[in-house]
Design a binder for this molecule. Structure first.
Ligand SMILES: [Ca+2]
Ligand SMILES: [Ca+2]
Length: 171
């Protein structure tokens, strides 16, 4: 008698990995992506550049974010525009991207002190990247920010083993 047998093993594994995605050139920090741009630009030019890459000039809400940005920019020394300004009303500082009043400040002691001629906010290299105010038409480096995208990767592995054989006749 000849017996043909088939052994079938089927195994499926699914894994879902959730990560935070940032476009090229941007670095994730919490729910945001930041990019330090080392091109000299006026505040308005910097704002336009950020908008062109789907971002805005960075707005700093927490001490963690301020420390993060200090670390991000210090590898290339320079001053960096952020998205704050008091151009609409002197000494009323506003974030450009969401037009909200700035509530947490990281000014260097004694700043801002430029009055109506200094209406844009930047991180000053000499002050260890704490904030100062300067003429919006000056050119310096800048930092762009955009929300991070949540990226889900589905990893699927399917193993199939098929074994076929023929038993020799017994007896
Ligand atoms: Ca932010
Ligand atoms: Ca001012």
């Amino acid at each position: 008698m000849v017996i043909t047998y088939t052994a079938l093993t089927l195994c499926s594994l699914f894994a879902v990995a959730v990560g935070v995605g940032c476009p090229n050139g941007f670095i994730p920090h919490k729910a945001s992506c930041h990019a330090a741009i080392r091109q000299l630009a006026t505040w308005a030019e910097a704002r336009e550049y950020c908008a062109a890459v789907g971002a805005g000039l960075s707005h700093v809400e927490t001490v963690e974010e301020q420390h993060y940005l200090e670390g991000l920019v210090k590898s290339v020394r320079g001053n960096y525009w952020l998205g704050g300004f008091d151009q609409l009303e002197e000494n009323i500082w506003i974030w450009d991207t969401n037009r909200t009043r700035i509530e947490t400040f990281f000014w260097y002691p004694g700043k801002p002190n430029g009055g109506p001629s200094h209406n844009c906010l930047y991180m000053e290299r000499q002050y260890h990247y704490k904030w100062s105010d300067y003429t919006c038409g000056s050119r310096m480096y800048f930092v762009c920010e955009r929300p991070a995208q949540v990226v889900k990767h589905t990893v699927k592995n399917v193993f199939i083993t098929v074994t076929q054989g023929t038993n020799p006749a017994e007896g």
